[in-house]
Design a protein around this ligand. Structure first.
Ligand SMILES: NC(=O)c1ccc[n+]([C@@H]2O[C@H](COP(=O)([O-])OP(=O)(O)OC[C@H]3O[C@@H](n4cnc5c(N)ncnc54)[C@H](OP(=O)(O)O)[C@@H]3O)[C@@H](O)[C@H]2O)c1
Length: 349
């Protein structure tokens, strides 16, 4: 049976990547694409690489246009999704790429976003360790899914195995990330002009203000860290690569564990995972090797002099960081083969 799908925000980066993946999905027909200022124009005017969807025109994003599909993807600026969710009550599966339905804590929502706190939905990172099982168990049969923040899921996947195994201390995490500007979306912004970002690295949201911080805390609490004992210093740095995140996260080693026991925590967590890989000891990932792939690639080091575990993670923010996570979660929710339409291989050089 072919499932009908509507994708909102289809002129943007996240919507475009969801469409690229869905176009190769054997069980899906993309029937409707919607946008805001671009409504009325052909999809290909904004996504010329999506040739197989050339027959689609962008419609206005309204509850009426989105209703009547088996699956609806919302890929809208944060704060825009919640207004559609009541109107989509009869839609069997709704997946939000925005932040609206990610946070369970009203206090975190108030502190980092503000306004009404929308209902939290199932978190779309299947490989996360949550209460002794994988998050995919909570996605089976889900009808409402919040796809993750790209930086948040990258850091959470980096550290959750060590937290769950009790070998790292979540009370002193430091994460520094190199991120590409596609993470900020397609809308024109002066600070994202080529003249502002080429040839330079620009830190931003320094000092604990980035909106992905509570999402990381939430994921690590779900992995088993004491909720009031998670401290994370999180610093993103904008670098001149279109896509990609390279996150270097470190945390103190807990207790009297051997190097082998530490590494075993990550090996056990990801040995059976298709889309999260732990590289051999001494090998670290490059963003170039995950471009276009639905893969989080991790390298692990143990620095005994600093008494810290270091995890370096590379993710394509638009694939494993957003659209791939959304489609993977959709597959699980619908009982389809989890890897359907998800690229394991990247694009290189
Ligand atoms: N980019 C990433 O790497 C990434 C990663 C994880 C999550 N996300 C999340 O995904 C969502 C979309 O991000 P993006 O990067 O794709 O942004 P984007 O490239 O700026 O695209 C935004 C899309 O939303 C539409 N839109 C703008 N204002 C709207 C409104 N008031 N009502 C309805 N539609 C509106 C735009 O339509 P027009 O172009 O026609 O105006 C466009 O299609 C955000 O919530 C973001 O946080 C993005």
């Amino acid at each position: 049976m072919t499932l009908s799908v509507a994708v909102s925000g289809a002129s943007g980066y996240a919507g475009g990547e969801i469409l690229r993946l869905l176009a190769a999905h054997p069980d899906i027909e993309v029937r409707t694409v919607t946008a805001h200022s671009s409504a009325g124009q052909p999809l290909l005017a904004h996504q010329p690489h999506l040739r197989s969807l050339a027959h689609l025109d962008l419609q206005a994003t309204t509850p009426e246009v989105l209703a009547g599909h088996d699956v609806v993807f919302l890929a809208l600026p944060h704060g825009q999704s919640a207004q559609y969710t009541d109107a989509l009550a009869d839609t069997p599966l709704v997946i939000d790429a925005g932040a609206d339905h990610r946070l369970t804590s009203p206090e975190d929502w108030a502190a980092f976003y503000g306004g009404d706190h929308p209902e939290p939905w199932a978190y779309g990172v299947p490989e996360l360790t949550v209460g002794g099982v994988k998050q995919r168990e909570h996605l089976r049969g889900a009808t409402r899914i919040a796809a993750p923040g790209c930086n948040a899921s990258t850091v959470a996947l980096s550290l959750a195995p060590g937290v769950a195994a009790g070998v790292i201390d979540a009370g002193d995490i430091v994460s520094v990330l190199a991120v590409g500007p596609s993470g900020a979306g397609k809308a024109a912004k002066t600070n994202l002009l080529a003249s502002e970002i080429l040839g330079t690295a620009n830190p931003y949201a320094v000092g604990g203000t980035h909106r992905h911080i509570p999402e990381i805390r939430q994921a690590l609490a779900a992995a088993g860290a004491p909720a009031d004992g998670i401290r994370i210093s999180f610093t993103p740095v904008l670098v001149p690569m279109s896509r990609g995140i390279l996150a270097t996260s470190t945390a103190p080693i807990r207790g009297d564990v051997t190097d082998a026991e530490i590494r075993a925590a990550w090996e056990a967590a990801y040995a059976d995972e298709t889309f999260v890989e732990l590289l051999p000891a001494g090998v670290f990932p490059r963003t170039a090797d995950v471009l276009g792939a639905n893969v989080a690639s991790l390298g692990l080091a143990i620095d005994r002099a600093a008494n810290r575990v270091i995890v370096v993670a590379a993710v394509d923010n638009l694939v494993k960081g957003t659209a791939g996570a959304a489609v993977q979660s959709m597959n699980i929710a619908l009982g389809l083969a989890e890897a359907t339409a998800l690229p394991l291989n990247g694009v290189a050089p």
